[in-house]
Ligand binder design. Structure first.
Ligand code: SAH
Length: 254
């Protein structure tokens, strides 16, 4: 279970935080580290020293240009946020995150990404809207922002506790595995197709978006569609596009 949990750091600017993240992960038995557009050199004397013997995780960390690329194969993405945002998103606590993991990771090809933001500005709204849920570490409301690696430590600890509880529970090692869920990449292709179609049929005007796509994202992500279900929805979009194109042609010949 732990090897299918990826820690994704976006736009990190201090190498020490990358090293300290590697240490926090290795302490808890996590090994999959992805860096999205880091704003510093990941491997420095500082990061190696802060990794304290876990620097192999920094050496093997994959570097991506975008969040989409870093989580393309993930079936659940959870964004860690110190602040609440304008459009409320499903919120979970670190404990609830841990409790969900055995079931989440039971399915074929299931993989979970925990996404953390920049030291100075956190995650953007667009990045948070690419996540199924947001996790908030309960804090002093007047001082809610943890150091990046400290936030990783808390989340990784909850993952480990949940993993231990699951393995110690009688029969716990075999959580029910359901049909494969849509991956992040498949969901993003669906959202792009949905937006194209809504524009083509005149339902959506990108000039006055009114958070339509964000709301549709939230609704779809909340439903946790299976791959097959998403294929049906894409089939409906294709048929809608074809119908709209035919209607357009008919108008033109009138
Ligand atoms: N100053 C930033 C926070 C940066 S902390 C802001 O105001 O948004 C760096 C990252 O650590 C955050 O993007 C978030 O992913 C994580 N983090 C810090 N505190 C957290 C908290 N209380 N709950 C969840 N994640 C947190």
């Amino acid at each position: 279970m732990l090897e299918r949990i990826r820690i994704v750091l976006i736009g990190t600017s201090h190498p020490g935080n990358i090293g300290a993240t590697a240490r926090a992960m290795h302490n808890m038995g996590l090994a999959d580290l992805a860096l999205v557009a880091p704003r510093c050199e990941p491997l420095t004397a500082d990061s190696i020293s802060r990794a304290s013997g876990a620097d192999h995780l920094v050496h093997t960390a994959r570097v991506h240009e975008s969040l989409e690329a870093a989580v393309a194969d993930c079936t659940l993405a959870v964004g860690a946020s110190a602040r609440s945002r304008t459009l409320p998103w499903p919120m979970i606590t670190p404990r609830e995150l841990g409790e969900r993991l055995p079931t989440e990771l039971a399915g074929e090809g299931a993989r979970v990404a925990l996404v953390l933001g920049r030291e100075d500005s956190g995650l953007t709204n667009a990045e948070l809207q690419r996540c199924h849920a947001h996790v908030h570490i309960p804090t002093n409301p007047d001082f809610s922002s943890l150091n990046l690696a400290a936030a990783v430590q808390v989340l990784a600890y909850e993952c480990r506790l949940a993993w231990q509880a699951h393995h110690e529970a009688p029969g716990g090692a075999e959580a029910e595995s359901g049909p494969p869920l849509a991956s992040h990449e498949e969901l993003e292709r669906y959202f792009a197709h949905l937006e194209r179609t809504l524009i083509a049929i005149g339902f959506h005007d990108p000039a006055t978006p009114r958070q339509l796509m964000a709301r549709l994202r939230r609704f779809t992500l909340r439903a946790r569609p299976e791959r097959l279900e998403l294929n049906i929805l894409r089939g409906i979009l294709t048929a809608t596009e074809q119908q709209a194109a035919r209607a357009g042609q008919d108008d033109g010949t009138e």
